[in-house]
Write a protein that binds this ligand. Structure first.
Ligand code: SME
Length: 160
C-alpha cells in the first residue's frame, strides 16, 4: 500500500468510534502489515505518576521484555530525554541500546507530543540495516503527530 493510501486509512481509524486503544492498535497493525521493512511497531506511553518512565502500549510484532523503560535508557529513553527523533541505521553500533531480539538491525523512535507535553513515543524496529529512510521518517513523524491526542487519551486512561 502506498503511503498516501496508508495516511488515509490511519485518519479513518483516528476519526472512527473505536476506543482510543484500538485506534493505536489498528495503526500498529496496518503499518506492520503494509510496510515490508517495519517488523515491530508500537507505542510507548509516558507514566504520568512518575513522568520518568515509558510503559509499553499497543504494539504489533513479537513480545518484548522492555515493557517499562526509564528516561535516558536505550534509544526510547534517550528520545524521551531529548524530545528528539532517533533514526538508528545500525543498532549494533549503539552503546545505549536495549535489544529486543538479535534480529533487529535498525530502529526509529519519535516522541509523541500533545499540547506541549511528551505523552508517548512511536517506536519501530526493522530486521534490515538502515530501513528508515527520509520518506519513512517524514511519514512516521506525521503518524506520531496525528496520533498524539489519541496517545494522550490512552496514556491518561491506562496510567492515570
Ligand atoms: N530498542 C529499544 C527498546 C524497545 S524495543 O525496540 C521494542 C531501545 O533501545 O530503547
Amino acid at each position: 500500500m502506498i503511503i498516501s493510501k496508508l495516511k488515509s486509512e490511519i485518519l479513518v481509524f483516528l476519526n472512527s468510534d473505536l476506543s482510543a486503544e484500538k485506534k493505536l492498535q489498528d495503526i500498529c497493525d496496518i503499518l506492520r502489515k503494509e510496510m515490508k521493512e517495519y517488523h515491530w511497531v508500537g507505542f510507548y506511553l509516558v507514566d504520568n505518576s512518575s513522568h520518568e518512565e515509558l510503559v509499553l502500549g499497543p504494539y504489533s510484532g513479537a513480545a518484548t521484555d522492555h515493557t517499562r523503560i526509564g528516561f535516558g535508557d536505550g534509544i526510547c529513553g534517550q528520545a524521551a530525554d531529548t524530545l528528539s527523533v532517533f533514526v538508528v541505521d545500525d543498532v549494533n553500533a549503539e552503546s545505549n541500546y536495549l535489544a529486543c531480539s538479535p534480529d533487529v538491525k535498525s530502529e526509529y523512535v519519535s516522541p509523541v507530543i500533545w499540547q506541549g507535553e511528551l505523552v508517548g513515543e512511536l517506536d519501530l524496529d526493522s530486521r534490515t540495516i538502515a530501513a528508515f529512510q527520509c520518506i519513512d521518517v517524514e511519514f512516521l513523524s506525521w503518524v506520531a503527530e496525528v496520533s498524539a491526542e489519541t496517545v494522550a487519551k490512552v496514556s491518561g486512561d491506562l496510567l492515570g
